[in-house]
Design a protein around this ligand. Structure first.
Ligand code: PEP
Length: 253
């Protein structure tokens, strides 16, 4: 059975004390709503991670939003997968469109980061997604296939089974525009068939594929009811405990 995952991405928001208080609320609320099949994850800024791990009580898992590809060294300002893992965090977002766009992270670099995450026992939440222009000019399947292939060409099947894919259409991130359930399902099925070409049906069917892009308490249930959608990567709505918990609740089946 595929893992159902709801992951919150706090991005560069909240002071340390604000983060602790929001996280405490989320843990309290989610513990009554989540069922045994769901994995709930919060990805805060790096400086919050250690404190939140201590407060998580195993109810909500912790992830980072990025990692460096090297284990350690003279890379001022960077954080490695090994360092993240040493805090007790279990996940790391890799290839978010904001990293690809604002920090020029290439497919090649993202593959290196994914490999480092896996070597350090972190679960990569590997993001792919098309721009509005690519959606409108009909090249989005090709774009997504290329983003996936850049990764799958370098990972063997055993390693790939530890990766979670997040489909995040860039035009839907933080814009209030959501892919319709049918649009999201179409792409998720396409991702799964592309993974089947790379690793076979069995592994493709075991891979959790999350949807991200203005997912909220109102649209979550319809999105999560789609056959190939295994959860969500949630930005804005993860900054409000009620909204985030309602999204977890929408997937409680
Ligand atoms: C994200 O950035 O991962 C995201 C999905 O953001 P939002 O939910 O705010 O669109």
């Amino acid at each position: 059975m595929r893992k159902k995952i709801i992951a919150g991405n706090w991005k560069m928001n909240l002071t340390h004390s604000e983060g602790i208080s929001l996280f405490s609320e989320i843990v309290n609320m989610v513990k009554d709503e989540k069922n045994g099949n769901q994995t709930v994850v919060i990805c805060p800024p790096f400086i919050h991670i250690n404190s939140l791990v201590q407060l998580s009580n195993g109810i909500v898992k912790i992830g980072a939003q990025n990692c460096h590809e090297a284990l350690n060294g003279a890379f001022t300002g960077e954080i490695s997968a090994k360092m993240i893992q040493s805090t007790g965090a279990e996940f790391v977002i890799i290839g978010h469109s904001e990293r690809r766009q604002y920090f020029n992270e290439s497919d090649e670099l993202l593959t290196k980061k994914t490999i480092s995450a896996l070597q350090n026992n972190l679960t990569p939440l590997f993001c792919i997604g098309e721009s509005l222009e690519q959606r409108n000019n009909g090249t989005y399947f090709e774009v997504l296939k290329n983003q996936l292939k850049a990764l799958t060409a370098h990972l063997d099947a055993t390693d790939f089974t530890k990766v979670v894919i997040a489909y995040e259409p860039i035009w839907a991130i933080g814009t209030g525009l959501t892919a319709s359930a049918a649009q999201a399902q179409e792409v998720h099925a396409f991702i799964r068939s592309t993974l089947a070409e790379a690793y076979g049906e069995e592994i493709a069917n075991q891979t959790s594929i999350l949807y991200g892009g203005s997912c909220n308490a109102q649209n979550a249930a319809e999105l999560f009811a789609q056959k190939d959608i295994d959860g969500g990567l949630i930005g804005g709505a993860s900054l409000k405990s009620r909204d985030f918990t309602d999204i977890v609740k929408a997937f409680n089946f």
